[in-house]
Structure formats: structure tokens, C-alpha cells
Design a binder for this molecule. Structure first.
Ligand code: ADP
Ligand code: TRP
Length: 335
């Protein structure tokens, strides 16, 4: 029985990757948790894009997706990062114990630098915001303020959790035992879901399949998934197949064996895509109506979030006052 926490950045419409990598496994894991925290990383969203309407809309969409998929706000702390100011305060405190060198090694920052290098831009930091560089510290603050022990995420987030552990250990070393050291839980059986173009499905690449696309849109998006040009009747490889990757994410073990056989037997890509549509649609259609209900009733979602925020604020404040004292920020007459 541990304490579980995870967040999704509100920088776009929830997609199948978010569902497979974060929403579904988290909702399963929290059933056995002592405490659970699921939140909208809306300040992280500003790092990825600067479209106010997108951040605002995405917050409603992602909150609605969590609720539609079964998050019970009576049992789980459900909130917006931006409404828990203690997280931002901790972000600053941690900035002072975290070495710049650690941040230099973050994949996202390194990738941005590499891109500049590739483009032969002299200033390797050109166009990279301080927010991008500091991203891992805010993520550490999200996790450490609530003493979370388990963080279920997709494998792309593994390094961020490792950094959170380093950040916590360093703070503990300087100021004494303060933070629990969290662990990433990355489901081994669930691969990172690819986008329709074969790269990682991501809001940033616009290669995603919307989680709650209607049936027609879903089939259309699935039809766009890249395949090779093998014809019906020709055996297809499951290894490195983007389409098979989707089957892996959505099938039971038994059905996956059947799918493997379909590939080997040379079922045509068109038929395999229909098969995939049926599978994905069966899982999602039970949630779709609820999702659209919440989208149309943003006041209900707002109320649920405010209740969650009221609850977590006192937990965050308790932890932060302990931290403030440790670093020497306390009333002048307090020993
Ligand atoms: P995006 O890359 O679209 O901006 P986020 O970074 O907000 O997505 O990810 C939110 C959660 O969803 C994280 O736990 C992340 O690991 C997971 N996730 C995102 N994309 C995928 C994917 N393609 N496959 C599996 N999990 C994913
Ligand atoms: N960085 C995560 C992502 O883009 C979202 C996130 C922010 C998060 N803070 C977190 C995930 C804390 C887990 C725990 O996917």
C-alpha cells in the first residue's frame, strides 16, 4: 500500500498514448494505493506551447478524460498543479539544491541543443526557454511535495523520475531526511505507443489519435497508421510493426496470440485495421458519452477540481512549512 501520483501536461487533446501510458495503468494502480494523486500539469503546459486557449481547453479535455475513464474524486486527490501554489514555491527551493549539470543531461533539453547543432546554429541554446531547461525541477516538486512513492508513467518519463530521485537525495543530504525517494512504474508489457507516422505518439508531433474521436474519425485515423506495402496473403512481421504495437497495447494475452496468427497468415492491412478499430472502439465507447457530458458541463468539472484542490492544499502546506523551516525560512521568534 503506497502513495501514487501522476500528471498529464495540458498541452493538447488527450490521445491513445496518454490513455495507454498514463490514464489506464494509473486508474488500475490506484485501486490498491494508500493515497492517490492525479493532476493536470497546467504550468508544465506553458513550457511546450504558448497558446492560452489551447492550455485552457486542454485542461478541460484532460480532466474530462480522467473522469470519464473512471477516476473517483472522492477516493483520489484530483487537482490542477497551478492551484497548488506550494508546488511552485518548492520548485524554487529545489532549484537551489539542484546542480545545473544534472539539468544539462535532461533528454528534452539535450534534444533541443542537438537540433540546433544539426542546423549549424552557433548559439546552441538558441530558442530554448529557461522553462524547458528547468522542466525536471517542477516535475520533482510535483512529486516530492506529496511524498509520492510510486509514479506510473510512460517510458519516455523514466529519466525525469530518476532526476527527481537525485534531486530528493541531494536535498535530504544537505538539509536532513525530508523527502521520500519515489519510484517510476513503467508497465513492461505496454510499449510506447507510436503515432500514425511511426514516431512516438505525442501532442507535440501532431501524429496522435484522439482518445475520444467518434467512431468514424477513429477508423479514419487508424487507416492512416503506417504499414509496409505487403499484399493480402503475404505473411506480415509483428516485430517493429507499428500496427502490431497498437494490438499489443489494447489486446488481452489470448487475443494477441490470435492477432499474431492473423499477421503470420497474411491477413491484409485493411482487414487488420478494421480488427484494430473494433478492439479499440470496444474499450473506449463505454467512456465516450461521459467524456462529452463533462466537456459540455465544464462547471461540474470545475467544482470537482476545486474540491480536490481544497483537500490537497492543506497537505501541501503542511509539507512546505516543514521544508521552509529546514532551509531557514521561518518566523523570527521561532526556534
Ligand atoms: P505528450 O507527449 O503527448 O505531450 P505527455 O507528455 O503529456 O504527452 O504525457 C502524459 C503521460 O502520457 C505520460 O505518463 C507519458 O509517459 C504518457 N504518454 C505520452 N505519450 C505516450 C505514448 N505515445 N505511449 C505511451 N505513453 C505515452
Ligand atoms: N512531464 C509529464 C509528461 O509530460 C507530466 C508530468 C508533470 C508528470 N509532472 C508530473 C508526470 C509528475 C508524473 C509526475 O508526461
Amino acid at each position: 500500500m503506497s502513495s501514487i501520483l501522476t500528471g498529464i501536461t495540458t498541452s493538447g487533446t488527450p490521445h491513445l498514448g496518454n490513455y495507454i501510458g498514463a490514464i489506464k495503468p494509473s486508474l488500475i494502480k490506484i485501486k490498491k494505493a494508500k493515497r492517490s494523486f492525479l493532476f493536470l500539469a497546467d504550468y508544465h503546459s506553458l513550457i511546450k506551447q504558448q497558446e492560452p486557449e489551447l492550455t485552457h481547453r486542454s485542461s478541460l479535455e484532460i480532466a474530462s478524460a480522467w473522469l470519464a475513464c473512471g477516476l473517483n474524486p472522492k477516493k483520489t486527490f484530483f487537482y490542477r498543479q497551478s492551484r497548488v501554489p506550494q508546488i511552485m514555491e518548492l520548485n524554487w527551493i529545489l532549484s537551489n539544491t539542484t546542480s545545473k549539470g544534472l539539468l544539462n543531461r535532461a533528454h528534452a533539453y539535450k534534444a533541443a541543443v542537438d537540433l540546433n547543432q544539426e542546423k549549424k546554429i552557433k548559439d546552441l541554446d538558441k530558442g530554448i526557454s529557461a522553462g524547458t531547461f528547468n522542466y525536471p525541477i517542477l516535475m520533482a516538486a510535483d512529486i516530492l511535495i506529496f511524498d509520492a512513492e510510486i509514479v506510473p508513467v510512460g517510458s519516455d518519463q523514466k529519466q525525469h523520475i530518476e532526476m527527481t530521485r537525485d534531486i530528493a537525495l541531494r536535498f535530504n543530504h544537505i538539509y536532513g531526511e525530508t523527502f521520500k525517494i519515489p519510484e517510476a512504474h513503467i508497465s513492461r508489457d505496454i510499449p510506447l505507443l507510436s503515432g500514425t507516422d511511426g514516431r512516438k505518439m505525442s501532442k507535440s508531433y501532431k501524429n496522435y489519435i484522439e482518445l475520444f474521436a467518434n467512431e468514424k474519425e477513429l477508423q479514419k485515423a487508424i487507416n492512416k497508421i503506417v504499414t509496409d506495402s505487403l499484399l493480402p496473403g503475404e505473411p506480415k512481421k509483428t516485430k517493429d510493426s507499428v500496427l502490431f504495437n497498437y494490438f499489443k497495447a489494447f489486446s488481452s494475452k489470448e487475443f494477441l496470440l490470435e492477432v499474431e496468427k492473423m499477421f503470420l497468415d497474411g491477413k491484409g492491412w485493411g482487414d487488420l485495421k478494421k480488427e484494430l478499430f473494433t478492439l479499440v472502439n470496444k474499450e473506449l465507447k463505454i467512456y465516450r458519452e461521459k467524456y462529452y457530458h463533462y466537456l459540455d458541463n465544464s462547471n461540474e468539472v470545475e467544482k470537482i477540481l476545486i474540491e480536490g484542490e481544497n483537500k490537497v492544499s492543506s497537505i501541501a502546506e503542511k509539507k512546505l512549512s516543514e521544508i521552509r523551516k529546514k532551509v531557514g525560512i521561518r518566523a523570527l521568534d521561532e526556534k
